[in-house]
Write a protein of this length. Structure first.
Length: 522
């Protein structure tokens, strides 16, 4: 990119558009938001195509001379993990604007401005290379989502927005205290430097727990997941899409960026905690999903189960597990977002999310039924879809560390197939009983334009996952090199990965040239 500050531009475009939205009419605000998000998506494509796979770990680094801020600095840069999550964000944002085109009719300029603000804060969180800058972006995302749920949500929106805000804020206060300690101890707030800094082992445990308090709520992990179903049910359709699609991934990104590389010994010692909570979450939330009468609440509980697959993969401490966890995050962002869109499409027609009110939609809404079936199959991990790749790799990596955790989580996936297919049968199959359901029209051109791109990427990721694994392969190798000394004892294979391949790729990343080492899972 020849020094072009593309990351700063990606932050500036939606920020300026958000301000403009506040001073124009409703229709102009919709157009402004859509144009701004499409520009950011185009810049994201440039970022993707310009990313040097096998090159230096940190790319598109920006550290402008803005004066002396003490230990705080404006520093941006991305690696493969951040690239993939930024692409997920900019891909979903235009879809969210399109989903709100007709369903949101009151205070439209403010609504569009808040969504653009969410985009700024998401991209900033993934691109920040300064610890305190990361915290500002990370916590800043609470404010627009709190307002989106509280103003444009359902009947119990005030309760849901307060619960969402308090849960996520309280956990992050402990993380802020830990960050202040880290900055004063290491003498820097630079994230790449802190990722290589060796904190004392006895201190790492407390720091890890402080970060865990925040990331566990963001994921969300059991038992601090109870804010999520309420937030999803009360949020508008686009709010649920971006909440499930991107904001839940902040916790997984936090584990990858901070907990594991900065506190490797503590991560190794507390792996049992992650595996236990994740195994419970997969089974418990799947059973709860089976008895839900509200479509959104069912999908929300399924999100908790899928994110538990992410955490067990990350803390398997091997190549398959970490790569699988990242693919699950990307797949879940696409599939859950698409499922919430499917719910929103029929909610706009019948104004109810009660599962029993539907049935037989495949008769009068065949195109809708096809898309709904595809995303349902992707959610349960059908081979050829994005869901299969991530879950298979994640569970394969987990099996090498803990047979019982892999077995329990596989049981949860079977339950996932049960509630997903049960939902589809009650919504799309059977006979058309209700007259108002018989009169529902199939998806419009606008709705088709929202669902088709997600369907294409879900199939692309399922058929050719290498496109998404290649950018992060070198970063996985570096992470393995960092945490290898803290890898948990395995009941099947003691080594956490391929140390030789990891070392080779790590050395290659430091020199910034040649072909990336291919992972043993491909």
């Amino acid at each position: 990119m020849n020094g072009f500050p593309i990351l700063s531009v990606m932050l500036l475009v939606p920020a300026v558009a958000a301000i403009l939205c506040l001073f124009v009419s409703a229709n102009a605000a919709r157009s402004t938001a859509l144009i701004a998000t499409l520009i950011d998506f185009a810049l994201g494509v440039v970022l993707w195509t310009s990313f040097d796979v096998g090159g230096a770990q940190w790319q598109f680094v920006e550290r402008p001379a803005l004066g002396d801020f003490g230990l705080f600095q404006y520093a941006l840069g991305i690696d493969g993990f951040a690239l993939l999550l930024i692409m997920l964000s900019v891909f979903l944002m235009p879809i969210c604007i399109g989903a709100s085109w007709k369903s949101v009719t009151n205070r439209v300029p403010e609504y569009m401005a808040l969504f653009l603000g969410v985009e700024v804060l998401m991209i900033g969180t993934f691109a920040a290379q300064d610890l305190l800058l990361f915290y500002v972006f990370f916590e800043g995302g609470l404010i627009p989502m709190y307002l989106i749920i509280g103003i444009w949500g359902g009947a119990n929106r005030i309760y849901a927005s307060y619960k969402f805000f308090l849960y996520t804020l309280l956990g992050s206060l402990l993380m802020l205290i830990a960050m202040i300690y880290m900055v004063t101890t290491a003498g820097t707030s630079d994230i790449p430097t802190l990722m290589a800094y060796d904190f004392p082992a006895h201190v790492q445990t407390w720091l890890w727990l402080a970060f865990f308090a925040s990331f566990a709520v963001k994921m969300p992990m059991w038992p601090v997941h109870t804010w999520l179903p309420d937030a999803h049910v009360q949020a508008p359709t686009a709010g649920s899409v971006i909440l499930a699609g991107v904001l839940l991934k902040l916790g997984g990104y936090g584990f990858l960026r901070f907990s594991i590389p900065m506190f490797p010994e503590a991560s190794g010692e507390l792996t049992w905690l992650i595996l236990t909570l994740s195994a419970i979450a997969v089974v418990y939330t799947s059973l709860v999903a089976l008895v839900q009468a509200d479509m959104k609440k069912l999908i929300a509980y399924s999100s908790v189960a899928h994110m538990a697959i992410v955490t067990i993969g990350l803390f398997a401490f091997n190549q398959q597990g970490i790569e699988g966890a990242m693919i699950v995050m990307l797949s879940h962002g696409l599939v859950s977002g698409a499922l919430f869109l499917c719910v929103g499409i029929i909610y706009d027609r019948l104004h109810t999310r009660e599962i029993a009110r539907y049935g037989g939609l495949a008769i009068n809404m065949p195109r809708y039924a096809v898309f709904f079936l595809l995303f349902t199959m992707a959610s349960i991990g059908l081979p050829g879809t994005s869901g299969f790749v991530g879950e298979f790799l994640s569970l394969a990596g987990t099996y090498r560390v803990s047979t019982w955790a892999a077995l329990i989580c596989t049981t949860g996936i079977i339950l996932g197939a049960a509630y997903s297919l049960y939902l589809y049968r009650r919504i799309a199959l059977g006979e058309l009983v209700h007259d108002d359901v018989k009169s529902m029209s199939d998806v419009s051109g606008r709705e088709l334009a929202l669902l088709a791109p997600i369907a294409a990427v879900v199939l692309w990721m399922g058929v050719y996952p290498e496109s998404f694994i290649a950018p992060m392969r070198g970063d996985v190798a570096l992470l393995l090199q960092r945490i290898e000394r803290a890898a948990p004892a395995s009941d099947s294979r003691p080594t956490p990965g391929n140390p030789a391949a990891a070392a080779a790729t790590a050395a290659h990343h430091q020199t910034g040239g040649g072909e990336a080492t291919h992972g043993e899972s491909h």
